[in-house]
Design a protein around this ligand. Structure first.
Ligand code: SAH
Ligand code: DHB
Ligand code: MG
Length: 223
């Protein structure tokens, strides 16, 4: 019942503030046609990520978990013409659909997709001594979030913004006895944020067309 209201409010907010978006509609259609799960961020969440990246002045963005490139496209929209976005994806089918969606959106020259387990790609990026990222969005397999955080820190500078999706999971994260791997992953991740003196962190619940969930937001204080 609440979900219907949350969805109706999202529809109203998005019709009011976002307007039509043929490119992202086409991406969601291609995702569905390709059999990808509809677990992309919601449209208003995507625009929120885009605005946060712009507020941070992000020129280099790292995304962990591409799916069909829906959030990738919102984040790429925040970049200047010489910006760069690296997105990491394990599933070759997801990557194929994402690359097509990113091309349709006109961002092929800004976006680099690295295929494979994200932890391997993160270690590879570190070994390449790439420039630090300005914003890092964690949205892949939930049990690995704490590991992604520690790898992300190695690719950060003071001021880097770290965001993580799905840290509330219908509120199930308050159950300390949960055996749900995604809940355990989110709880472990939140503990890792709290234990990290180099980060200042907060988390926010969200309700809407994607249910009850939440984002964590952290800022890197020192290298
Ligand atoms: N950010 C996307 C949604 C990502 S869904 C959006 O909002 O549009 C999570 C993605 O993480 C899936 O595509 C899944 O295949 C990928 N994934 C899962 N485990 C992974 C791993 N170990 N390394 C990289 N990607 C992984
Ligand atoms: C799942 C993953 C997501 O990134 C998301 O936003 C919602 C659900 C999942 O794996 O269930
Ligand atoms: Mg997510």
């Amino acid at each position: 019942m609440s979900n219907d209201l949350w969805t109706a409010v999202d529809l109203y907010l998005n019709q009011t503030l976002l307007g039509p978006d043929l490119v992202l509609d086409a991406a969601l259609e291609a995702n569905a046609a390709g059999g990808l799960p509809a677990i992309d961020v919601a449209p208003n969440q995507g625009k929120f990520l885009c605005l946060l990246a712009q507020i941070a002045g992000a020129r280099r963005i790292l995304e962990i978990g591409t799916l069909g490139g829906y959030s990738t496209t919102w984040l790429a929209r925040a970049l200047p013409p010489d910006g760069h976005l690296v997105t990491l994806e394990l599933d070759p089918k997801h990557a194929e659909v994402a690359l097509s969606n990113i091309a349709r959106a006109g961002f092929s020259s800004l976006v680099e997709l690295r295929l494979g387990p994200a932890l391997d790609s993160l270690a590879q990026l570190h070994s390449e001594h790439v420039q630090p990222f300005d914003l890092i969005f964690i949205d892949a397999d939930k049990p690995s979030y704490a590991d992604y955080l520690h790898a992300a820190l190695k690719l950060s500078r003071p001021g880097t913004v770290i965001l993580a999706d799905n840290v509330v999971r219908d509120g199930l994260i308050i159950n300390a006895d949960s055996t749900d791997p995604a809940v355990l992953g989110a709880r472990h991740f939140l503990q890792a944020l709290a234990a990290e003196p180099r980060l200042s962190s907060a988390a926010l619940q969200t309700v809407g067309s994607k249910g009850h969930d939440g984002f964590a937001l952290a800022r890197v204080l020192t290298p």
